[in-house]
Design a protein around this ligand. Structure first.
Ligand code: ADP
Ligand code: ADP
Length: 232
């Protein structure tokens, strides 16, 4: 089943010379599928992710997220849909300073009214290298550690769909591999739909499928990519 469907989505940023960031994009992201989104800088990858996640609104076209057509849905219903179904592994942290690492990591499932999966959360915390930091608050951590908390929080929640914008871009190699393995596991064990923007062919090789954007249009697709194909 498709967790996210974009149907004829265009997004134009108005202005003196209007930018057509997305042009008539139709694409779906299914449960249990790991999709990488690649393309040159400025090709519309972030805009696609933001529209798919309901963080931005298409100029024309429809977006279905977890069964709801979100084009006409306003906050706070959109917030409820996101809380119930969506995880973000973005560069920005948005950690809650008054909560500990562990409380931050458990928060999304609480907000969604679900019981925290402590066993999985503990494994995620361990694998992103935060064991021993559970009782620290974000201000007591380095920038890199804070980013890992944000990653752990998204992964621990076991959402139906996980959006990642260059999730491994700023990580050391070892942590990057763990995050990719955790995304892979989220797909294989929990049936998540993962949609990850990346420039890195080695990261894309963890995906089941790569979709390419060029100049705001869908420009191609690869199934079961390997690194050489993505680089070529
Ligand atoms: P990518 O993620 O592939 O680098 P983006 O989706 O960020 O591409 O951007 C696609 C195009 O839209 C680019 O030309 C970019 O400059 C433009 N763009 C992105 N965000 C905005 C914005 N908020 N206002 C105006 N133009 C934007
Ligand atoms: P609360 O519901 O009171 O917020 P939590 O569910 O956040 O409690 O945590 C339950 C207990 O587990 C707390 O005592 C917390 O300190 C402890 N804990 C902290 N870190 C971990 C961890 N990595 N793995 C398992 N338990 C942890």
């Amino acid at each position: 089943t498709d967790v996210v469907e974009l149907d004829g989505v265009s997004r134009t940023y108005p202005g003196g010379t209007a930018v057509r960031a997305l042009r008539d994009v139709t694409v779906s992201f299914g449960a249990g599928t790991f999709t990488a989104v690649m393309g040159p800088s400025g090709s519309g990858k972030s805009t696609l992710l933001h529209c798919a996640a309901g963080l931005d609104r298409p100029t024309t076209g429809r977006v279905r997220l977890a069964g709801t057509d979100i084009a006409s849905v306003r906050e706070p219903k959109l917030t409820r849909i996101r809380r119930a179904h969506v995880g973000f592994v973005f560069q920005s942290f948005n950690l809650i300073d008054s909560l500990t690492v562990w409380q931050n990591v458990l928060l999304p499932r609480r907000l969604a009214g679900k019981r925290p999966d402590r066993r999985w959360a503990r494994e995620v915390v361990h694998r992103v290298g935060l064991t021993g930091r559970e009782h620290h608050r974000p201000v007591q951590l380095s920038g890199g550690q804070q980013q890992r908390v944000a990653l752990a929080r998204a992964l621990a929640a076991r959402p139906d769909v996980i959006f990642g914008d260059e999730p491994t871009g700023a990580l050391d190699l070892g942590t990057g591999r763990e995050v990719l393995a955790l995304l892979r596991q989220s797909v294989d064990e929990f049936g998540a739909a993962v949609v990850m923007v990346t420039h890195d062919p080695a990261a894309a090789a963890w995906a089941d499928r790569v979709v390419f954007l060029a100049d705001g249009r869908l420009a191609g697709e690869l199934a079961a990519p390997d690194v050489d194909q993505v680089t070529a």
